[in-house]
Design a protein around this ligand. Structure first.
Ligand code: BES
Ligand code: MN
Ligand code: ZN
Length: 499
């Protein structure tokens, strides 16, 4: 799908389809009004017929509307004019694209970015429209022997605006929206790929291929390299697997090297069986998504490389399977992390923190300004926040605020949980410096507390995406989150530097 922006009058557009909005309970938007005028009141009469009430998410396709130069007019319900928020806007755009895909139209001009959305500017509406449009055509059929159903016909999408002033900012937000959507697609594809394909070696190859595309630097540490560095915690997780573990570093230098980088660390467990603390069978297939943190790092770095953001960003991905086996780590084993701290592994299913802690220590060599780790870390986070918000924990209030702001703008919700010292008590071990589990109470927080023992040298935030990285059930699939949040955060950082 190709996108462009155009300043023009809705009623003068040629082509297969023009989409205009209708407010509830049946009030025309400015664009719809213009259409109605040229059509001699035809659209107004349709509203009076009761076939379109402007309900959010409703649509109606009209053919051969008198006076117009296009083949179809698509009416898109927006809900009440004063109540259009992020969700209503996104739902309306999604409904519009779903309706378009049902038609044979190969091109469409949408006049939806002029609609008033609470607290949002034109730039936001443009980039969100692109992201939602791309989401509407996403499919993962790489592993099917034949593709099911017809592909959408829509090829050319024009975002129409009646105000010339907004054209310049909109071009920029179009590029940002596309970069985010491409980054999300990359993350989704990696997440959805079956775990016999998406192994640590495969992730490393993908990082190298991204590096080649955008001329970045990729480094892949092998098991022997990690042994030399003393990554005893990461390697303890890898012991049960036949697939060799890797530590991937992907470096994007968009600025002078003396500028301290943002480091993104993504959990890359390509399959989590739980290890000797084996998980129950139900839904275990979904543990192929336990590398979605890693996927979001690769997606975000390709997005910022595509935009050529003036910023330095490093991605670090510790990646392995978590498998049982004769050589696997056992509950009770004590290992030494790269930081020198010893860890009593009481539950081999709390493996994410074990690979992340060594990666977080490794991050120190980049003298980072900020480190953010992204991980499908705890089932407890799904209990706390459901599938709506990602969990955010940080040792720095300003950084947490900055991330929450980016999250709001990106329409990629996150919610902060406390990281108070009181919770650290739960990680006490009788036999090592720290235990890898803190009991059932506050599981997301104690997991973050564990990580905090390895992040004392820099500003750090942790995103627990266990509930948000993928959907279960009939619509099972990766969401591409939190690529929008992370990319928006970095766009904000780059803009700040520019000033
Ligand atoms: N990858 C899982 C977390 C997870 C579980 C994410 C379900 C999404 C859905 C993680 O490695 C894990 O197993 N965590 C354990 C930790 C516990 C043993 C302290 C959990 O959440 O049960
Ligand atoms: Mn686990
Ligand atoms: Zn896991």
């Amino acid at each position: 799908m190709k996108f462009s922006i155009k300043n023009g009058n809705p009623e003068k557009q040629r082509g297969a389809c023009v989409a205009v909005g209708v407010f509830a309970p049946g009030k025309l938007t400015e664009a719809a009004e213009a259409m109605d005028k040229i059509a001699g009141g035809y659209i107004g009469s349709i509203l009076r017929s009761g076939d379109m009430k402007g309900k959010a998410g409703s649509t109606l396709v009209l053919h051969n509307v008198p006076g117009t130069l296009c083949e179809r007019v698509l009416l898109v319900g927006l809900g009440k004019e004063q109540e259009i928020n992020d969700k209503a806007y996104r739902d309306a755009v999604l409904a519009a694209f779903k309706a378009l895909h049902e038609t044979g139209a190969t091109d469409a001009t949408l006049f939806l970015t002029d609609v008033p959305v609470k607290e949002r500017d034109a730039a936001w509406k443009v980039s969100q429209a692109v992201i939602v449009a791309m989401e509407s055509i996403y499919r993962f059929d790489r592993l099917k022997s034949k593709t099911e159903g017809a592909k959408p016909h829509l090829r050319k999408v024009t975002l129409g605006t009646t105000s010339r002033a907004e054209l310049a900012v909109s071009e920029e937000s179009l590029r940002q929206g596309l970069a985010i959507a491409d980054g999300m697609n990359l993350a989704k594809n990696l997440g959805n790929l079956a775990p016999n394909f998406c192994t640590p070696t495969y992730l490393a190859e993908q990082a190298v291929s991204i590096a080649r595309t955008y001329k970045l630097k990729a480094t892949v540490l092998e098991q022997k390299d990690m042994e030399k560095l003393g990554m005893g915690s990461l390697l303890a997780v890898a012991r049960g697997s036949r697939q060799p573990a890797k530590l991937i570093a992907l470096e994007y230098w968009g600025q002078a090297k003396k500028e301290k980088p943002v480091v993104l660390v993504g959990k890359g467990i390509t399959f989590d069986t739980g290890g000797i603390s084996l998980k129950p069978a139900a839904e275990m297939d979904e543990m192929k998504y336990d590398m979605c943190g890693a996927a979001s790092v690769l997606g975000t770095i390709s997005a910022i490389a595509q935009m050529r953001l003036p910023l330095n960003v490093i991605g670090i991905i510790p990646t392995t399977e978590n498998m049982p086996g004769g050589n696997a780590t056992k509950p009770g084993d004590v290992v030494t992390s790269m930081s020198g701290q010893t860890i009593e592994i009481l539950n081999t299913d709390a493996e994410g923190r074990l690979i992340l802690c060594d990666a977080l220590t490794y991050a120190e060599r980049y003298e980072p300004d900020t480190v953010i780790d992204i991980a499908t870390l705890t089932g407890a986070c799904v209990i706390a926040l459901g599938h709506v918000a990602s969990g955010l924990l940080s040792n720095d209030d300003k950084l947490a605020e900055e991330l929450l702001r980016a999250s709001g703008r990106a329409a990629d919700p996150a919610w902060r949980l406390p990281l108070w010292d009181d919770y650290q008590e739960q990680l006490k071990s009788n036999f090592a410096d720290i235990a890898n589990i803190g009991g059932r109470a506050g599981g997301t927080i104690t997991a973050a507390c564990f990580l905090s023992r390895f992040t004392r040298k820099y500003r750090w935030a942790h995103l627990d995406i266990a509930g948000t990285a993928w959907k279960s059930g009939k619509e099972k699939g990766a969401t591409g989150r939190p690529v929008p949040l992370l990319t928006q955060f970095l766009i904000g950082r780059a803009a700040k530097k520019g000033r």
